[in-house]
Design a protein around this ligand. Structure first.
Ligand code: AGP
Length: 616
């Protein structure tokens, strides 16, 4: 997720753009850059934050100009550095672009443009896009707007772009598919603002147009905004909205907290994780980091998964995925234990590390230890160019976008999505999975975002259950098989943001001690989906009921048996057992969120916690 913002009108553009970028930094902070036009194009860009861009600009007087745009980056293609920072310029130097999103077919487009003698300075998909627009503009001898419209019909992926043509410096062209664009309308059309959300322009105007997917706009000062459909270039009558949100609400996308926003972003984040990697109708999973090292994975004696916290829980889910689907032995280790216990590691081991931040000290140290013993290390991170991403031999990014809330939510589900794709890819390569089962998994994975969306509609029910149990001193979470790690994760979520003591257990473990805790004051959250050992979970529930424990069960839609005995149920859509953690975790995230809010806790920055534990 990146932040884009632009201005065209009668004011000096620089201060508006810089302040807009500061407000959009929550969307990404790997690098920042700006274009200003004042009789010529001026571009300044740098790795780092918006403040680094300001420092750079302070050494250069060129801040004049009434038109321009800026970008704060969350890297997806190309590590964070100056060259890969936006804006990007076409080969002629006439066209300049900023982009939020992912162009999936950029490689094929780039190869075609190289054949036509285009050259590239950066590793980004965005530089390919601006040169594609230039090539279309040249071959069709058309205006920028038309060139953008034609070019985008050749593009597969997600984008919010703003494009400038220095040969026609009184207009900006914007377009969106999958990434947001808001257009702020100034008084009497004398000025216009463009941004990923309204936070950069809310103080100047409350009149805004929100582009819909597959729409584009040609913005010219002192003229009505022209909205068109990208598909067929047809004109659309814009709907101008009156903004009601304040600045803080806008940054959180209208949600009260970043954590809730990130819980609701999960359908989009999961889609972004498999975008460009999963081509279900062709039975393809494309992951360069795995493809290039397939022999290492297939010949490994075992896979050792090393992580901390929520990422360690994702690793536990992966143990079930890899052993069940790919039949590869897996061990899961806390990084902090692994690095100090003098583990046996050989060249025949593959170590997979999982980390949202890519900066967790214990996980980073575990990688160095594994590498020193000759193991192949594959890193799964959310932050492009992070220390762990750079230290690993190969890896894959989750593309979840910045996760601001300290409690990990979309990082967990996107990690599991990525690990599922790897397990399926290895299972297919090893022949441990029939082609029919493989294809079925791929089709089902594409349905998961919609099922998460459907499940988020259970929020009111979860909120009601939260209100009943918000004051309990202790909770138990139970799950079996793939959902045992989800029970652990649910307990961690509750602990870390509501400060209520909670423990997760394999459901069958109850009789080995924890059942002594059960009485009418102990709520037990049980994952009782209709897959795996359903009947055994039902008998675990009976054991708890007979000791007056309160049961809140997560069941599969249409469940009858558990509904009769549980105090409350939350229904999840049917899916493959291997994918149930992607769904069962959602109500547990919402439950911990609502309880923490009802207890007036600091949801996004819980006490004693940091988003990234870079110390030991
Ligand atoms: C989970 O909600 C916590 N934020 C914490 O356990 C976190 O998962 C852990 O510190 C690991 O962080 P990482 O994924 O960035 O390595």
């Amino acid at each position: 997720m990146c932040g884009i913002t632009g201005y065209i009108g009668y004011r000096e553009a620089y201060p508006i753009i810089i302040k807009g970028l500061q407000r959009l930094e929550y969307r990404g902070y790997d690098s920042a850059g700006i274009l200003l036009y004042n009789d010529d194009v001026f571009i300044s860009k740098t790795k780092g934050k918006v403040s680094d861009l300001e420092d750079l600009m302070n050494t250069d007087s060129s801040k004049q100009g009434n038109i321009g745009f800026g970008h704060t980056r969350w890297a997806t293609h190309g590590i964070p550095n100056n060259i890969n920072s936006h804006p990007h310029t076409s080969n002629s130097g006439n066209l300049v672009i900023i982009h939020n999103g992912i162009i999936e077919n950029y490689d094929a487009l780039k190869k075609e443009l190289i054949k036509r003698n285009y050259t590239f300075k950066s590793d980004t998909d965005t530089e390919v896009l601006v040169n594609l627009i230039e090539e279309v503009k040249k071959t069709n001898d058309c205006k920028l707007g038309k060139a953008v419209q034609i070019a985008l019909n050749e593009v597969i992926g997600a984008y919010a772009i703003c494009v400038f043509d220095k040969t026609k410096p009184n207009e900006l062209v914007v377009a969106r598919l999958g990434s947001p664009i808001a257009i702020g309308i100034g008084k009497e059309n004398k000025e216009f603002f463009v941004a990923s959300d309204a936070s950069p322009f809310i103080e100047y105007t409350k009149n805004a147009i929100y582009l819909e997917d597959e729409e584009m706009a040609i913005i010219t000062a002192n003229k009505e905004v022209e909205i068109r459909k990208i598909k067929d270039d047809s004109i659309i009558t814009p709907e101008i909205q009156q903004l009601k949100m304040n600045l803080e609400q806008i940054e959180k996308g209208g949600y009260d907290h970043f954590m809730l926003k990130e819980i609701y972003e999960q359908p989009h984040a999961i889609t972004d994780t498999y975008r460009g990697r999963l081509i279900a109708n062709q039975g393809i999973i494309r992951m360069a980091g795995v493809d290039d090292n397939m022999e290492k994975f297939l010949n490994a004696d075992r896979i050792i998964i090393v992580a901390c916290g929520t990422s360690w829980h994702a690793g536990l889910v992966a143990e079930y995925l890899f052993e069940d689907i790919a039949r590869i032995p897996v061990e899961v280790e806390y990084a902090s234990e692994f690095r100090y216990r003098n583990p046996i590691i050989t060249e025949k081991d593959v170590v997979i590390t999982i980390s949202q931040s890519g900066e967790t000290a214990d996980t980073l140290a575990a990688i160095k230890l594994a590498k020193s013993k000759g193991a192949f290390v594959f890193g799964i991170c959310n932050v492009v160019g992070s220390s762990i991403a750079r230290e690993a031999h190969a890896g894959a990014y989750t593309h979840a976008g910045p996760e601001i809330g300290v409690a990990s939510t979309k990082a967990f589900t996107t990690q599991i999505t990525l690990l599922s794709l790897i397990a399926l890819k290895l299972g297919k390569a090893k022949g441990s999975l029939s082609n029919a089962a493989y294809r079925n998994y791929l089709q089902e994975m594409e349905l998961i975002p919609k099922k998460v969306e459907r499940l988020l509609k259970e929020d009111e029910n979860v909120k009601y259950i939260s209100s009943i149990y918000k004051d309990v001193p202790n909770c138990l979470y139970l799950g079996r098989g793939y959902n045992f790690p989800v029970a652990l994760e649910g307990a961690l979520k509750l602990k870390e943001i509501s400060y209520i003591h909670a423990e997760g257990y394999p459901a069958a473990e109850m009789k080995h001690g924890p059942i002594a805790l059960i009485d009418e004051n102990m709520p037990v959250f049980v994952i009782a989906i209709n897959k795996g050992h359903y009947e055994k979970v039902v008998s675990n529930i009976q054991e708890i009921k007979s000791r007056k424990g309160k049961i809140i069960a997560i069941v599969t839609e249409g469940d009858i048996q558990v509904k009769k005995i549980a105090d409350h149920v939350i229904e999840i859509p049917e899916t493959e057992e291997a994918f149930t953690p992607l769904l069962t975790t959602i109500p547990l995230q919402l439950l911990s969120y609502h309880i923490a809010v009802m207890l007036n806790k600091n949801v996004d920055q819980p006490r004693n916690l940091a988003k990234s534990v870079t110390v030991e």
